[in-house]
Design a binder for this molecule. Structure first.
Ligand SMILES: [Ca+2]
Ligand SMILES: [Ca+2]
Ligand SMILES: [Ca+2]
Length: 328
């Protein structure tokens, strides 16, 4: 995939994340590869019983074997070993709960949002005048590391029904620069908003994009991650088409005319679950995803914006995707 994103991610492969505690690791949980959250990782690092917890988290079968291991290694009776194990587990899971709560709110942590479910008929026409939009979950983007606000505001509104996920992007923009209109253009070289989404697998996710001229991009991305969540290269399958996806854009201003001052561009989107090859999520299901934007303007450097902060140059850092929780 010969593109800016690939270039940046290849450069990033020579780096290691400065915020190692924020990187999810993979743990083999009951035979399944499961990404370990930043919260879990930091809790293990700070927990006084981290070694025992670490072994149990990575090898759950040890829960049953631990009393025997203790009795053989240090001569404890099995009943005493069982009692100690109970103490360790309760200390680990309950004693460290305060740390988990605190870390989850720290500025660099992956974000989390609850997406509400509604039954409402809307028209995908870029006008957000249907009442349901006022009840949608709302999030905002910042400079992609989360260190500073964006130069101009970006909001995303979200809700879902049995059929689809609905997104609205409101991109404040005093200078809208865009020329691409064809599907799967290199929109990231101009103005673009981007949605990366996966139901569960961080190594394969959908990348969807929209631009101020009504352009759409859809691809499936394979991202090879190591055990530390660092990408070792991506492959984009641009031939993928979200066949039933609908979007509409409205511009308040003039595109590609830097002599005047624009106001914003906004996009209304319906992403059917069938296009993502999944059935309707159930209340409580948690997906991973992120929202990005490139904002450009005469006299300014291109600005990469994100909802859930990333720590590497590329947007393709799925270990930093936020948590999208489907509500009732
Ligand atoms: Ca509408
Ligand atoms: Ca495509
Ligand atoms: Ca702009």
């Amino acid at each position: 995939m010969d593109c800016y994103l690939k270039d940046t991610i290849l450069k990033s492969n020579d780096r290691r994340c400065e915020d190692a505690a924020a990187l999810p690791l993979k743990a083999n949980m009951v035979g399944q590869e499961r990404p370990r959250s930043a919260v879990e990782f930091s809790r293990m690092q700070q927990c006084p019983f981290n070694k025992i917890l670490s072994q149990i988290l990575t090898q759950p079968v040890l829960i049953m074997q631990y009393p025997e291991i203790l009795s053989k290694s240090v001569g404890f009776s099995k009943s005493l070993s069982l009692f100690l194990l109970a103490v360790v587990l309760s200390s680990g899971f309950f004693g460290c709960q305060t740390i988990e709560s605190g870390r989850a709110e720290s500025p660099g942590s992956p974000k989390r949002i609850i997406i509400p479910k509604f039954n409402a008929d809307i028209t995908i026409d870029a006008h957000l005048n249907e009442p349901v939009w006022q009840k949608a979950a709302k999030l905002s983007l910042a400079e992609k590391t989360g260190a500073t606000p964006g130069r101009e505001a970006t909001e995303v509104w979200l809700w879902y029904d049995d059929e689809a996920l609905y997104l609205a992007w409101i991109c404040s923009d005093s200078d809208i620069q865009a020329t691409f209109t064809e599907r799967d253009s290199r929109f990231w070289e101009e103005e673009v908003c981007e949605f990366f989404i996966t139901a569960e697998n961080l190594e394969q996710y959908f990348e969807l994009q929209w631009n101020p001229l009504g352009g759409e991009f859809d691809a499936i991305i394979d991202n090879k991650l190591d055990d530390s969540g660092i990408s070792h290269g991506i492959e984009g399958h641009w031939e993928f088409t979200a066949k039933s996806m609908k979007s509409a854009v409205e511009v308040e201003g003039s595109v590609s005319d830097a002599t005047d001052t624009d106001v914003k561009w906004q996009v209304e989107v319906m992403v059917p679950f069938s296009d993502l090859n999944v059935s309707t999520p159930q209340a409580g299901d948690t997906w991973r995803g992120n929202f990005y934007r490139f904002n450009r303007g005469t006299g300014y450097d291109a600005e990469g914006l994100a909802w859930s902060p990333v720590t590497l140059p590329s947007f393709h850092q799925p270990s930093r995707f936020g948590y999208l929780v489907f509500g009732d």
